[in-house]
Design a protein around this ligand. Structure first.
Ligand SMILES: Cc1cc2nc3c(=O)[nH]c(=O)nc-3n(C[C@H](O)[C@H](O)[C@H](O)COP(=O)(O)OP(=O)(O)OC[C@H]3O[C@@H](n4cnc5c(N)ncnc54)[C@H](O)[C@@H]3O)c2cc1C
Length: 377
């Protein structure tokens, strides 16, 4: 129940091979057709079915990596061990700043697509959706998809039925008794918060959404081409996480503050978000913002993207959440790495000093560096 791949193997290729023999990686980030295993592990990626299968960190059994000194390390493949700290996590999520990952062994899962169940609802507000998600997860159910969309974000994804409302969707999968029990748990949770539920959506519409989940290289190329053709419009996302109690507060604080403080608020075309990855103790919020650019292209980051992202990060860190649920830190968010980690930054800094003493690995990723910084403070 495990597969070993070299870092350059595309996720889609492994998934296609596994499906032929009745298995799945369980990993399905939207970038599935283009992402490769080295990048998936190095960025701590997470897929659209994470609530059942976990993030990449739950899937990696062992790996091989090379440090800047040329030292090759193999972390062996065992179901579990108590041999000191879990050193897999020095490589997982390192964004190429500590070592280069050359090989990965991941768990695989049995695949039961014939048992998939789909559920969709129009709901009153994001807070209602978060309450239903919480109910499902604290009762121990593990749907593979569990998502809540704000009105504006729902308009992008569910244009064929959103009706101007927030959307809540679920998918249950696995062996039939498990999928059925999970479906029942979802229906009970929805019933408990029925005051906030506007109406149930035909499950065929959710299944249709499920069948068109991923971006192909062509989609990405088309989108980039569209931006080149029409350079006045852009859109980004910032994904954060926090516990159940805090997430609706962060969501409201961010939206209110952007509406009040963001100087270019009139240029916003979409401002909203969705929760797409839930846990026993909390969930994520994937803020989405699109805007018309009324400035020179070189000022776009300073006038639009950066102020919007700053509000999201500040409001999240203020309430104890994480500013980076799954897209890593990279260079876009490296100015906040210290605040993100607080006193534990000491441990991160020591890893960098130890494994990359000459600072030759992935300049500026995770660790803010003044010279060549993406955004000067
Ligand atoms: C359209 C789109 C949708 C996406 N959807 C998701 C999503 O749903 N969930 C999600 O988590 N992410 C998503 N992402 C982000 C991204 O696809 C993932 O983080 C993915 O894991 C990156 O893999 P890659 O092979 O493209 O890596 P790259 O983009 O090539 O590299 C990413 C980073 O990892 C480092 N790196 C690459 N290979 C190695 C290696 N072998 N060893 C050490 N460091 C390495 C690189 O230096 C770089 O800093 C999306 C991106 C796009 C463009």
């Amino acid at each position: 129940m495990q597969a070993t791949v070299q870092s350059g193997v595309a996720l889609q290729d492994l998934e296609d091979e596994l499906r032929k023999i009745g298995y799945t990686t369980g990993h399905s980030p939207q970038s599935k057709p283009v992402a490769q295993y080295g990048g998936l592990v190095a960025t701590r990626s997470i897929g659209q079915f994470s609530t059942l299968y976990g993030g990449i960190e739950d899937m990696v059994v062992g790996l091989e990596c090379v440090f800047p000194t040329g030292q090759i390390c193999r972390i062996k493949n065992v179901p579990r061990r108590a041999g000191g700290p879990d050193i897999r996590h020095i490589a997982i999520g390192n964004e190429g700043t500590l070592c280069y990952i050359t090989e990965v062994t991941i768990k695989i899962f049995k695949y039961f697509p014939e048992n998939n169940l789909f559920y969709g609802y129009l709901i009153k507000d994001v807070a209602t959706g978060i309450k239903v998600l919480r109910e499902v997860f604290v009762n121990g159910y593990r749907p593979s998809v569990a998502r809540v969309y704000s009105e504006e974000d729902a308009r992008q994804h569910f244009y064929h039925f959103h009706d101007g409302k927030c959307v809540l969707i679920f998918m249950a999968e696995g062996a039939k008794p498990i999928a059925d029990a999970c479906g029942q748990g979802i229906e009970e949770a929805v019933e408990k918060f029925k005051d906030g539920i506007i109406k149930k959506v035909d499950s065929a519409l959710i299944e249709d959404w499920f069948n068109h989940l991923n971006w192909s290289q062509k989609d990405i190329d088309d989108e980039v081409q569209e931006m080149i053709n029409n350079d006045s419009h852009s859109g980004y996302t910032t994904e954060i996480s926090a516990n159940w109690e805090t997430i609706p507060k962060i969501y409201d604080n961010v939206i209110n503050r952007i509406r009040k403080e963001f100087k270019q608020a009139d240029d916003l075309v979409i401002l909203g978000g969705h929760s797409s990855h839930s846990y026993l103790n909390g969930t994520n919020m994937y803020f989405v913002y699109q805007y018309n650019i009324n400035c020179e292209p070189e000022d776009e980051f300073r006038m639009y993207h950066h102020p919007l992202q700053t509000i999201i990060v500040e409001e999240t860190l203020k309430l104890g959440g994480s500013m980076c649920h799954h897209h890593g830190i990279g260079k876009y968010r490296n100015q906040w790495t210290k605040e993100e980690h607080g006193s534990a930054y000491y441990m991160l800094e020591k890893l960098k000093e130890t494994f990359d003493p000459n600072g030759v690995m992935s300049f500026g990723n995770i660790f803010y560096q003044e010279e060549g910084a993406h955004f000067q403070k």
